[in-house]
Design a protein around this ligand. Structure first.
Ligand code: HEM
Length: 396
């Protein structure tokens, strides 16, 4: 039988949605010859994500890095790879850093960062949107949350990208080697910062976590470093690709673009529909804890399950006319930010950044359009979906 799901196939990475439709129809619980299981229907994905006692998040702890040190895999052992009850305790601690009040307070600073970035290119009438805005903006905000010097923005971008390469099997051998060096460098840097904050705490997230470490004995020093690196990856490349995917969807749907231009209050709908229609995170991994059954298929202990969020979000049993980019639809229950106990910690920040970035693009890049006739290539990643580059021109 033909292999229906190959997340490493470059063609699949460019456009996975036809394959997803086939999977949902013909093999909703698909056993790949290599042993992993692809889950493509909405109902089954939700079932996996809401049953941590059978489907462990251990699989998200960075099992795909080469065996070795925590230097190479700093987010190993962090929140995203834990199950209840440990996850519940940790999450309660880090939730404190993401209260609506804390996130709301970031809004003026996000505006400032967007202004600074626009100043670099607004007068030229052209930009490569990913490197000019979509990538540096969220990276800067994470650095600020962690209380780090934003002058190091370029280092953070390099580190964030290397974490993505490391955890999503992107790139060739040379790139991966380079990315490992970068990740090591990031680990060392974070360790030094954590030590400094221990001596002189501030009002930042790392200090808050160190405080929790003393207070409740939940977070070890390694875990504080792990959490910082999780944030750098989970909070930057994801938002970057949300912005890229939203702009691409608008360019592909000129009538929607026109409506949103006339009525910017529709921008939150664009953000939400993009999370559903072209999800920046396409899949999550879970490990089967004990022999079980899903959708009538037997699953063996330790099998790797890939929940295909990008497919579940296009499931016709859940969303009417799912392949249509429709900013008027009810997107409630989409899985673009996950579901269940690991639901995205940074969802409010992601939504706010997405909204503010799109507002700025629509307002300050009049009549923007693609500056290339070539098709826009997507990242070669099995996990993250977004344009590798997005050259635009506009009226300056
Ligand atoms: C559009 C942008 C974003 C997308 C699409 C996204 C997506 C996701 C998804 C799908 C999960 C679930 C992981 C799982 O169940 O295994 C998740 C978890 C998480 N996200 Fe986001 N995310 C985004 C932005 C952010 C931001 C801005 C931050 C932080 C500043 C963040 C921090 C996290 C963390 C820490 C977790 C783990 C939560 C836990 O394990 O309890 N994310 N995100």
């Amino acid at each position: 039988m033909a292999v229906l799901l190959n997340p490493l196939d470059p063609e699949f990475q460019q456009y996975p949605y036809d394959k997803y439709t086939e999977l949902r129809r013909d093999a909703p619980i698909y056993r790949h010859p290599a042993g992993f299981i692809g889950v493509s229907r909405y109902r089954d994905v939700v079932q996996v994500l809401t049953t941590p006692e059978l489907f462990s998040s251990k699989a998200m702890g960075g099992m795909d890095m080469p065996a070795g040190t925590t230097d190479l895999n700093p987010s190993h052992g962090s929140l995203i790879g834990k199950d209840p009850p440990v996850h519940t305790k940790m999450r309660n601690v880090v939730n404190r850093g993401f209260t609506p009040r804390r996130i709301g307070k970031l809004e003026p600073r996000i505006h400032e960062v967007i202004d600074e970035l626009f100043a670099e290119f607004a007068g030229t009438g052209q930009c490569e949107l990913m490197s000019a805005l979509a990538s540096p903006m969220p990276v800067t905000m994470i650095a600020e949350l962690l209380g780090l010097d934003t002058a190091m923005r370029d280092d953070f971008k390099r580190w964030a990208h290397s974490l993505m390469i490391g955890s999503t099997q992107m790139g060739d051998a040379d790139q991966r080697l380079k990315s490992m060096e970068n990740v090591r460098e990031f680990s060392r840097f974070m360790r030094t910062v954590t030590e400094e904050r221990r001596k002189s705490p501030g009002n930042d997230l790392i200090s808050l976590l160190i405080h929790a470490e003393g207070e409740e004995g939940i977070l070890t020093p390694e875990e504080v470093v792990g959490f910082a690196s999780l944030l750098l990856f989970a909070g930057s490349e994801t938002t970057t690709n949300l912005i890229g995917n939203a702009v691409l969807a608008l360019l592909d749907h000129p009538e929607v673009l026109e409506r949103v231009r006339r009525d910017p209050s529709l921008i939150p709908n664009v953000v939400e529909e993009t999370l559903r229609y072209d999800s920046p995170i396409q899949l999550l991994m879970r490990l089967v804890v004990e022999d079980t059954e899903l959708g009538g298929v037997e699953l063996k202990t330790n099998s790797m399950v890939l929940t295909l969020l990008g497919s579940a979000n296009r499931d016709e049993a859940q969303f009417e006319d799912p392949d249509r980019f429709d900013i008027d639809r009810n997107t409630q229950g989409h899985l673009g930010l996950g579901f269940g106990n690991h639901f995205c910690l940074g969802s409010a920040l992601a939504r706010l950044q997405g909204k503010l970035a799109l507002e700025a693009i629509l307002e300050r890049m009049p009549n923007f359009e693609l500056a290339t006739s070539e098709p826009i290539a997507r990242h070669g990643s099995l996990l993250v979906r977004g344009p590798a580059a997005l050259p635009l021109r506009f009226d300056a």
